[in-house]
Write a protein that binds this ligand. Sequence first.
Ligand code: ARG
Length: 286
Amino acid sequence: MSMIHEGAEPRVQRPERTGTARSVLMCRPEHFTVVYRINPWMDPQSPTDTALAVRQWEQLRRVYTDLGFDVQLIDPIPGLPDMVYAANGGFVIDNIAYGASFTYAERQPEGPAYMDWFRAEGFEVAVPENINEGEGDFLLVGDTILAGTGFRSATASHAELARISGRDVVSLSLVDPNFYHLDTALSVLDSTPGREHIAYLPGAFDEPSLAVLRERYPDAILVNDEDASVLGLNSFSDGYNVVIASRATDFERQLREHGYNPIGVDLSELLLGGGGVKCCTLELRR
Ligand code: ARG
């Protein structure tokens, strides 16, 4: 005989969210400008305002310190205007820093600069054999690393990182040049094993990759084109607080519905280089 419990109140599933303060690396955009074009957002003809970029970036840094994050800084190097996008400087897990090897010559010197910083800070550096742009294309979700390819990081780097990290690495193919790094198309909201939760822009992926995402993350938040086009997905979550582009209003609404606390920031100047919140943030996992 089976028991039927009648009249039970329907349960509203509003998951409990918990924020865990993170340790991150950032680079002040003192030399930020757009003088070359390596993604569709960049137009060397339109003027940039470095002082405004610094002010907006300082606002992001303040949000992080107010959240109790440990914010580390790497010195910006003159002539490397994209160095502000610290996410591309490597991928750090278990105190191992897998170094970046940039696709375009303009950014190549950033790889060794970030590796020097990791070494000086006591991380074990794995010098990369393959082209990869760090956390721009590698995102940790639970015990799995989601890895982007198509525009920047080579698939061979996915296997290399699997070897170095001992984690499963799942390759995802990006197809829209506006969303050339995985972190422009997909956001990790909760990375806690067993509670993995992400958001993504379906149109940024090829069909086989979409099938993988649907299967692994059936409850993912799907973000619309409008919010993705202000790099709304390029956000950083501590598991509860999600720092996002303030213009991504529908994503903000969906985050609230899912029990998160979205915090909007305006990085309009850094958007001119094709980057947002996440691009300016490299997580340091000791
Ligand atoms: N101008 C930079 C580039 O094209 C922007 C990098 C953005 N970083 C990111 N993690 N999506 O390389």
